[in-house]
Design a binder for this molecule. Structure first.
Ligand code: 5GP
Length: 189
């Protein structure tokens, strides 16, 4: 998606060979025009799949997932991050390592928000190692819902997440793919 690439070139701050900050558009502030366009693009790619629900994880996935859900005309659900692993019977909980924070977090979705009748698209801001996505995929599978695929704003293709999830047979759609951040330079595929 050219518009997203342009914005990343404009506002992206490379903080290491592995991490880029996109606070101005994804992680601290929201550009409504760009976010709406990202939602449209996700919707375009999945519209034929009879989506019933868009799932994401708080907090940075929420605006783009909302935009996609709005375009598709379906509800959006966001997994919440919990401090302690919740073992109650009303929620699906999974423990995932957090790429940016460097520790594990527990994510949960209330059982009332996902069912075996759902056809789900999973949206997130970044994919790096794929741990967050895999945790959400486990939740979708446990609920009995069908996973139609992932919609990722920024795939860092020099990290293994996108590739390994595709290899497991799951459709992964990314709006842009960054092949390298080495030396402070942003290289797109
Ligand atoms: P993963 O679980 O795929 O390793 O990491 C995905 C999560 O880590 C994303 O939801 C995102 O919040 C965060 N993340 C991973 N890489 C980056 C990055 O380069 N920049 C920012 N801002 N967040 C990232």
């Amino acid at each position: 998606m050219e518009l997203l690439k342009e914005k990343i070139r404009e506002v992206g701050v490379v903080v290491s060979d592995e991490v880029i900050k996109l606070d101005a558009i994804l992680n601290h502030a929201v550009d409504p025009v760009l976010t709406t366009e990202m939602g449209r693009e996700f919707a375009r790619r999945y519209r034929e799949q009879r989506v019933t629900k868009v799932l994401t994880i708080e907090s940075s996935g929420i605006p783009i997932a909302f935009a996609a859900a709005q375009e598709l005309g379906v509800p959006m659900v966001f997994a919440r991050r919990k401090k302690t692993l919740n073992t109650d019977t009303e929620t699906y909980c999974e423990r995932v390592p957090s790429f940016t924070k460097g520790f594990v977090t527990d994510i949960m979705v209330g059982k009332e928000f996902l069912s075996e009748n759902d056809r789900v698209v999973l949206i997130d801001d970044f994919i790096a190692n794929g741990d967050a996505a895999r945790g959400l995929i486990r939740i979708i599978r446990r609920s009995g819902a069908e996973l139609l695929g992932l919609g990722i704003a920024v795939e860092k293709s020099f990290q293994a997440g996108g590739r390994t999830i595709r290899e497991s047979g799951v459709r992964v759609e990314s709006l842009v793919r960054i092949s390298s951040l080495a030396g402070g330079r942003i290289e797109f595929e």
